[in-house]
Design a protein around this ligand. Structure first.
Ligand SMILES: C[S@@+](CC[C@H](N)C(=O)[O-])C[C@H]1O[C@@H](n2cnc3c(N)ncnc32)[C@H](O)[C@@H]1O
Length: 238
């Protein structure tokens, strides 16, 4: 269910920044997300915003260790969960088995390579993954997501996206690094630095332009701490 690509196409299977194909990194990521995030709240917010219904088919792109796909699968008909890391998919499949979830299909593929076989999805979610693509490829990805949705389908995007309120990035990032709690300082500082230096997070005004150019209207926007943004988007009628 992936497609043949021309030679000039971006290779989304090469990991940029944090290496999510590394087994130790995958274990660490899952442990860390349980420790520093309120996963239940995140799942609840995602579910409420997309208004997930029992008959819905949901696509998650960049599912990581599977937490969101697995929990959302309890509230809809089917989930298709994608990731470019085979290691992440193995971890997520095992977790789904342990939680007795069988209505999830885990597929190796990503924003640029997944080719859906069935009818369009009711909703698409992606969290902390789109920043792995440079901006040009973000637009291609968003257009592809748009084409995989039913008209008026819901699209939830949450990512590291920098606020246009920030005028001085030197002092913003140095304050951010200083604000990391002491008990997780070493580990988190390394992650933040790698993210800022090597991954492709962009500005909110760029993201919003890209979302709209891809054929969505933005229904709701939430900003957290100047560097996380959440968008609920609706596919426009053609
Ligand atoms: C920071 S993790 C986020 C995982 C999960 N969504 C979460 O909220 O915890 C980023 C994930 O995106 C995946 N990823 C990176 N580039 C991708 C792409 N082009 N398409 C799909 N997934 C991608 C990585 O392999 C990794 O599992």
């Amino acid at each position: 269910m992936t497609r043949e690509l021309p030679e000039w196409y971006y290779d989304e299977f090469i990991q940029t920044g944090t290496d999510y194909s590394d087994k130790d990194e995958i274990q660490r990521y899952d442990r860390k997300m349980q420790k520093i995030r309120n996963i239940n709240d995140e799942i609840q917010t995602m579910r409420t915003l997309i208004g997930l219904q029992p008959e819905d088919r949901l696509l998650e792109i960049g599912c990581g260790t599977g937490e969101f796909s697995i929990e959302l699968s309890r509230h809809c008909k089917q989930v298709v969960a994608l990731d470019v890391s085979e290691g992440m998919l193995e971890f997520a499949r095992e977790k789904a088995k342990l939680r007795s979830r069988s209505n999830i299909e885990f597929i190796k593929g990503g924003f640029l390579t997944f080719e859906p076989a069935d009818e369009p999805f009711d909703a698409v979610v992606t969290q902390l993954a789109l920043h792995h693509l440079p901006d040009f490829w973000k637009l291609i990805a968003l257009k592809r997501i748009n084409s995989m949705l039913k008209v008026s389908g819901r699209f939830y995007l949450r990512d590291v996206i920098y606020s246009s309120e920030i005028s001085d990035f030197d002092s913003f990032f140095s304050k951010l690094l200083q604000s990391i709690p002491e008990e997780v300082k070493d580990e988190m500082a390394k992650d933040y630095i790698l993210h800022i230096k090597e991954e492709f997070s962009t500005f909110d005004w760029v993201s919003e332009g890209l979302i709209e150019k891809a054929g969505f209207r933005i229904e709701e926007v939430f900003h957290e701490n100047g560097f996380i943004a959440t968008y609920l988007c609706i596919k426009n009628e053609i």
